[in-house]
Design a protein around this ligand. Structure first.
Ligand code: ES4
Ligand code: ZN
Length: 324
């Protein structure tokens, strides 16, 4: 099984590029940019990565992102992630970035997007990894702030396939972003949103009905609503599930209690993804292995996760056919 999973061609659909910042690179960038970190060494950083919930993680994640200052930093971050993708047999990846985390600190939109897209282009040319970029709005900030971010992104519209919604789900429901998602869709962006990670199944309904999302990021709490599970099975609206993330952030007490294989067997288009691999202790292969070991999934089922991800991707029909 392990050898089968390692070489299985994989597609990643839920990955925050800021969440790939390994402690080693964090220190390198802090030194380069003369930023003081609240840690003495790499081991101390890793020891700090014990989380009680989403909020306790987000605090360290936003703090870590402060070392990202220049276009070169965003390039180095993205290039390191793509090299990990190669090791994990990831052939296509759709990555999130959080511009507001950086523009709020005075970093230009241009540095962020040029650094990331230059690395993605090198990934296509040198590693044969295809990719798309999705811009996320931070849901703890206002809708007006998201609207201004959408305006800032317009000169780079060709580089961004869709918009998403991340950060604190509790207290910031999908309806808060109704207008900015409508504007984004009118401009031709596809839409996704984190929903049903820590928040209730009603956030998944609202993501579908109010934000018209093409995929649900996480979505594991759909299991609390039988009619929603039936809708998801029937429509095959995909769920981008992140197993190691869910256990680290205590969405499930242990991997053995995770519902990802159950949802697969119920016919949902569920996929396996790494979310913030530098913080949650594993990239794509690690997530696939953890699921296979804890939940007794067959090789056929593990391959189905990868097939689902091809189906759920934003590639066109011809590109999907090439991967199948
Ligand atoms: C995130 Cl796991 C998760 N949930 C919500 N927002 C996020 N941003 C980065 N990782
Ligand atoms: Zn996420």
């Amino acid at each position: 099984m392990d050898g089968f999973i390692k070489t299985l061609p994989k597609v990643e659909l839920h990955l925050h590029i800021e969440g790939t910042l390994e402690p080693e690179l964090m220190f390198e960038l802090a030194l380069r940019n003369k930023i003081q970190l609240p840690y003495q060494n790499v081991e101390q950083v890793r020891q700090a990565y014990e989380f009680d919930d989403l909020q306790s993680f987000l605090e360290l994640y936003y703090q870590g992102a402060q070392v990202l200052q220049t276009e070169r930093d965003f390039y180095d971050l993205t290039w390191a992630y793509l090299q990990r993708c190669k090791m994990d047999h990831v052939v296509h990846t759709e990555i999130f970035f959080d511009p507001q985390t950086h523009t709020a600190r005075g970093i230009s939109f241009d540095s962020i997007i040029n650094g990331i897209t230059r690395a993605l282009q090198h990934g296509r040319e040198q590693l044969e990894i295809s990719s798309h970029l999705i811009m996320c709005f931070l849901r703890h900030l206002s809708e007006q702030d998201a609207i201004e971010t959408l305006q800032q992104a317009l000169p780079y519209k060709d580089q961004i396939i869709g918009v998403g919604l991340d950060s604190s789900e509790q207290g910031h429901p999908p309806a808060k972003f109704r207008h900015v998602f409508e504007q984004a869709r009118e401009l031709g962006f596809l839409t996704v949103a984190h929903a049903g990670e820590e928040g209730p199944a009603s956030n998944i309904w609202d993501g579908i009905n109010i934000l018209h999302i093409a995929r649900i990021d996480h979505g594991v709490r759909c299991a609390e609503d039988g009619s929603l599970v039936r809708l998801l099975a029937k429509t095959r609206i995909p769920l981008t599930v992140c197993p190691l993330s869910n256990v680290k952030l205590k969405v499930f007490p242990t991997m053995a209690e995770h519902n990802v294989v159950k949802l697969l067997r119920e016919g949902l288009c569920v996929t396996i993804n790494s979310d913030d691999p530098a913080y949650f202790g594993g990239y794509m292969t690690d997530n696939y292995l953890a699921v296979a070991h804890a939940l007794n999934a067959s090789k056929l089922e593990m391959a189905q996760f990868s097939k689902n991800a091809i189906e759920a991707s934003f590639l066109d029909a011809r590109q999907k056919a090439e991967l199948q």
